[in-house]
Design a protein around this ligand. Structure first.
Ligand code: MN
Length: 321
């Protein structure tokens, strides 16, 4: 599989033909006691799309008479978290004192920088269905040691392109730009395709792109895409052809290929094994990440580290150093 994909990418680079698209099925991951999510990134060999380094798709889950999302306080470093909902409500608390309820069509963007802690929960009285995405953006060297911050944007730009309804969550598409602050050239957009509709989305040529479907089924550059898989679209496309017979809700990811190799472990994105060890020790000792108040359960302890050294990997999954 790895060799096949690398052959396709190599051929693309050599001929400058339209890049190949690769369908990457995700896998199910249990998250806490109540939820199973579908992990679409990182995968082998496709670990990133631009600076997007982690994509979990959850639901639609019936949460009537159930707790819904209950993620106790935990730390992050070196990344930004993005929460996007199709249905449901999530209450965010963090160690800066932020308290924000997110609803469909809004975005929560938490920038960890050097360190932050947060919790996420379905409020006690919550809507009957939970459905959405949790994404991480790797922060580049120039920004990752900075101060943490939290943004909630309820008024994202919405535009119509051909017959498609587009909400720009991160970055810019066409004439619309999201107010969310990111640190590398990046795109995140929800695309609603009504039944029987078609359209062409303008893309940045220097970006790599990928698409996923949250609801329904769509034809994306000729490939049928349904929930649970990521369609990697490569680098160098100028536009994306989308249509759907029965209707679909897509999410489009893009960005300039991220050049810095990463060490990802638990909730940390770093560059070396030693940085991960230090972050883990700081969390255990109550340093660096601050305190989340108001969540009804104790913070999550970090898991035990593996006995082997963690290695940095580049965006294609190759170990470095
Ligand atoms: Mn988190």
């Amino acid at each position: 599989m790895g060799d096949l994909c690398e052959t396709i990418y190599a051929a693309t680079a050599a001929t400058e033909a339209e890049p190949a698209s690769v369908l990457l099925p995700g896998h199910d991951v249990p998250l806490g006691r109540y939820t199973t999510v579908r992990r679409l990134l990182p995968q082998r060999p496709r670990r990133m799309v631009g600076a997007w380094c982690f994509v979990d798709q959850f639901g639609p889950d019936d949460v009537v008479d159930r707790p819904g999302m209950q993620v106790p306080p935990h730390p992050h470093t070196g990344l930004q978290t993005v929460t996007w909902l199709v249905a449901g409500e999530v209450l965010h608390r963090d160690s800066l004192g932020s308290l924000a309820t997110i609803r469909p069509g809004e975005v929560n963007l938490m920038t960890a920088g050097h360190g932050i802690a947060h919790s996420e929960e379905s409020p006690a009285a919550h809507p009957p269905v939970m459905h959405g995405l949790q994404l991480w953006i790797a922060m580049p060297e120039k920004a990752r040691h900075g101060a943490p911050r939290f943004e909630h944007h309820a008024g994202l730009p919405v535009l119509e392109i051909d017959e498609l309804g587009v909400t720009v969550v991160v970055g810019a598409l066409g004439a619309a730009r999201s107010p969310a602050v990111v640190h590398t050239p990046l795109l995140g957009a929800e695309v609603v395709v009504p039944a029987g509709a078609a359209g062409r989305l303008p893309l940045s040529r220097g970006f790599e792109h990928a698409a996923l479907v949250l609801d329904g089924a769509a034809q994306v550059e000729g490939t049928t895409l349904t929930p649970g898989s990521l369609l990697y679209l490569g680098i160098g496309r100028q536009e994306l052809n989308v249509h759907s017979g029965s209707g679909a809700r897509l999410f489009l990811l893009g960005g300039e290929p991220f050049a810095e190799p990463l060490v990802m472990w638990w909730n940390f994105v770093a560059r070396t094994h030693e940085e991960i060890v230090e972050a883990r020790e700081d969390w255990a000792a109550g340093r660096r990440f601050g305190t989340v108040t108001g969540y009804a359960a104790p913070p999550l302890p970090a898991p035990t580290m593996p006995t082997t050294r963690l290695k940095a990997r580049d965006r294609n999954g190759q170990t470095v150093g």
